[in-house]
Write a protein that binds this ligand. Structure first.
Ligand code: NDP
Length: 403
């Protein structure tokens, strides 16, 4: 009998709850908790309205508080906590899992509210404690990180003797009709995009000014050519560690001109700052204030039209000892995600790998003691099931190695 505790009722939490509800053979009992219980209740109502099996229990929890979390976990007695609240809660939820003896899964590396670091060190430091406790913590089981880590492991296992370059390419060609909105939590999204770019080459990290390096890529499935920008993204840290043969690794993301213009203005006037400023006698953090003004990403589903396309492009020496290029990707349609779960494709592409990652742990297909990233496990069971869970993938062998 598997019982899961899902924490965080945002866009991603909605999709995870839907996917767990669709797979009751795996997730026999589901408890859905968040800071605001009414958000869980509203999602559960939608799940019931689609005729999926009941019941799903809901609860309120402040996941910043370890004693509160531990009390809930002791009460629920789950086999696994699926954490899809915010990266600020990673360590408190890991602490509570250790205290109560429960496996852990998340979709984003730990962030301190006061500094944007995008680094796994604070969570990797928990490895020995999870190992000693006989527990598994699976980090970054979303799309990027997550699916992109599995794609890279799959490329290595099935196609490459040696991988020389890996480019992770993330395109959101969807349109929500707002001049400026973020597709997932605005604070996390803007911190990520406004940070300096970074890529890995010949054993070293190279820094670039934010959004200063761009390229045009011709995306498949009718999306066509789009400008994409070099960013730092957390999965490069674990992938370069676990595949040290890779000489160069980069991450690219597309942005529309309206998004970039708004972001530049907001930055120029100080609205993206994450340090506190005094306003009418009290401290406020400009980015947190901005978040209250922007559309809630969870509300974008009904308005967003178009596709996402995220994948990995690898160059290297193939299993036949010849130079080769490989491109593996998923294309997702925002409207279809909304029809199925009430969420847009960014939440969907994150929530589906989170739910399947949870299945890998609960079924024992992925097992281990300690803290792990996705690429450390056998990619095959994940790749063989993810299509059926909603994210089919396509692999091609482009002839033009230049990128
Ligand atoms: P949202 O902001 O939509 O939702 C976050 C949810 O977490 C809200 O329901 C919020 O509740 C809840 N929450 C926040 N703080 C606490 C707390 N202290 N205790 C309990 N609940 C809390 O975010 P998303 O759903 O868009 O993103 C969820 C996670 O997924 C984030 O970590 C994000 O970085 C990650 N992500 C990963 C991606 C990947 O591909 N790997 C891509 C996109 C997102 P309330 O509303 O009550 O405050």
């Amino acid at each position: 009998m598997n019982r899961v505790l899902i924490i965080g009722a945002g866009g991603v939490g909605r999709v995870v709850a839907f996917k767990c509800a669709q797979h009751r053979d795996v997730f026999n009992e589901i408890v859905f908790a968040s800071r605001t219980k009414t958000k869980c209740d509203a999602i559960v109502k939608d799940i019931y309205a689609r005729g999926l099996p009941t019941p799903i229990q809901t609860a309120a929890v402040d996941a910043d508080k370890v004693p509160e979390l531990a009390a809930l976990i002791k009460d629920v007695k789950p086999n696994l906590v699926i954490h899809v609240a915010l990266p600020y809660q990673d360590l408190s939820i890991m602490d509570a899992c250790l205290e109560t003896g429960v496996h852990y899964l998340d979709t984003a590396n730990y962030e301190h509210p006061d500094t944007a670091r995008f680094c796994y060190a604070p969570q990797w430091a928990y490895h020995e404690r999870f190992e000693k406790a006989g527990l598994l913590a699976l980090l970054g089981s979303g799309f990027d990180p997550g699916m992109t880590n599995v794609y890279t492991a799959y490329a290595k296992k099935h196609h490459f003797e040696r991988m020389d370059t890996v480019d992770i390419i993330d395109c959101n060609a969807g349109d929500h009709g707002y001049p400026f909105a973020t597709n997932f939590n605005p604070e996390i999204n803007i911190r990520e995009v406004s940070a300096k770019g970074r890529y890995y080459e010949n054993g070293q990290w190279h820094e670039t000014e934010p959004l200063s390096v761009k390229k045009v890529f011709d995306f498949p499935d009718g999306i066509g050519p789009k400008e994409m920008y070099l960013l730092y993204h957390e999965e490069m840290e674990s992938l370069t560690k676990h595949f040290p043969e890779v000489k160069r690794m980069r991450f690219w993301m597309t942005f529309g001109q309206s998004y970039l213009t708004h972001l530049k203005v907001l930055e120029n006037v100080g609205m993206t700052r994450i340090d506190p400023v005094m306003y009418e006698g009290r401290e406020i953090v400009p980015l947190q204030f901005l978040k209250t003004l922007l559309p809630d990403p969870a509300s974008l589903g009904a308005r967003t039209k178009g596709k996402t396309c995220i994948g990995c492009r690898v160059n290297g020496i193939n299993k036949q000892s010849q130079a080769a290029t490989y491109y593996v990707y998923n294309t997702c349609v925002h409207e279809e995600c909304y029809t199925e779960t009430g969420a847009q494709a960014i939440s969907y592409t994150t929530g589906v790998p989170a739910a399947l990652g949870a299945k890998m742990i609960l079924s024992g297909q992925w097992s281990g003691r300690g803290v792990f990233n996705m690429e450390q496990f056998d990619p095959d069971p994940f790749m063989s099931e993810i299509g059926g869970w909603g994210l089919p993938w396509v692999e091609t062998f482009p002839k033009n190695a230049e990128f």
